[in-house]
Design a protein around this ligand. Structure first.
Ligand SMILES: C[S@@+](CC[C@H](N)C(=O)[O-])C[C@H]1O[C@@H](n2cnc3c(N)ncnc32)[C@H](O)[C@@H]1O
Length: 281
């Protein structure tokens, strides 16, 4: 079975016309893969799938969740978190408040990585953390802050690299116990974040395709990592505009390791290491 250009158009326009979701500006290649998965999982032809989209709102909510890719990790790409620890977050050390937005937070590992790092930098009290996603299931999972332990063994390696080790001075090693931040229960195969972390962020549904700043604050730092990779050029531009408008002039944007700002929007930010700084173009 394959998804033709016509199947793709039928799917996207059925969804756009029958719901508030618009996937017409997502990367066509990855959308076709996801549509194929939906058709296979639900054993539906494209005609049956389109008909279900038009007539079954609950099914629409279900497949929107199936379409989004939710992979995440604690301290994903440790080098980016090392940059946050040594270069980016210290810039805001003297702020009385630091507003941080995780756009496309998925199941929350990125948010907990930030909370742990801020606590180690003694900046947690003044941080206001906002975490949003289009998918309400992953937001619920993020609120729970519970992850499979064995499946995610590399979480502890990442924690060591970012929190315990100093890549600029290998003799400097901080004995930070994992239990300071999460309960590690090998018998139930879980890692559960402590309440003081779970209670801190504001988690909210937000769709980067259509919503503006529904958080109603300006930001010092926006993380939008491994999200725009699924968007086409026009949608990426919309998102960069949204972020640019809602960052303070001293603020900065952090993208996924393999994501960059292309085209005219690249002139609105100055790239320094892993940070796109606003206000220095
Ligand atoms: C691969 S995950 C990235 C998670 C995390 N930022 C990271 O890098 O580990 C991509 C997330 O983007 C979300 N997403 C996709 N389209 C979105 C949209 N239009 N608005 C908000 N979030 C979206 C997905 O639901 C998914 O949770």
């Amino acid at each position: 079975m394959s998804v033709t250009d016509q199947d793709y158009q039928l799917f996207v326009f059925a969804l756009k016309n029958s719901s508030k979701y618009d996937f017409s500006q997502y990367s066509e290649k990855s959308m076709k893969r996801r549509i194929l998965k939906v058709m296979t999982d639900h054993t539906l032809t494209i005609t049956a799938l389109v008909s279900k989209i038009k007539n079954d709102p609950a099914f629409v909510e279900r497949i929107v969740k199936d379409i989004t890719v939710n992979t995440s990790e604690l301290f994903r790409d440790p080098q980016v978190w090392q940059a946050l620890r040594f270069n980016i977050l210290p810039r805001f050390k003297n702020n009385s408040i630091i507003n941080i937005w995780h756009a496309g937070c998925s199941t929350g590992q990125e948010v907990y990585s930030m909370l742990i790092l801020l606590n180690e930098l003694n900046m947690l009290d003044k941080a206001r953390i906002y975490a949003t996603d289009i998918n309400t299931d992953v937001i619920d999972a993020a609120r729970q802050g519970e992850y499979r332990y064995r499946f995610n063994l590399n979480y502890l390696d990442n924690f060591d690299k970012v929190i315990r080790e100093n890549p600029f001075n290998y003799e400097e090693y901080k004995e930070v116990p994992y239990e300071k931040y999460f309960t590690l229960d090998k018998s139930s195969d879980t890692i559960r974040m402590h309440p003081f972390l779970r209670e801190k962020p504001v988690f909210k549904k937000h769709d980067l395709v259509v919503d503006n700043n529904t958080l109603y604050v300006k930001f010092d730092l926006i993380l939008c990592r491994n999200v725009i990779i699924y968007f086409n050029y026009n949608l990426q531009c919309r998102v960069f505009d949204l972020f640019h408008q809602n960052l303070y002039d001293t603020g900065c944007l952090v993208l996924g390791l393999h994501e960059t700002i292309l085209g005219p929007h690249s002139a609105k930010f100055l790239k320094r290491g892993h940070a796109y700084n606003k206000g220095q173009s």
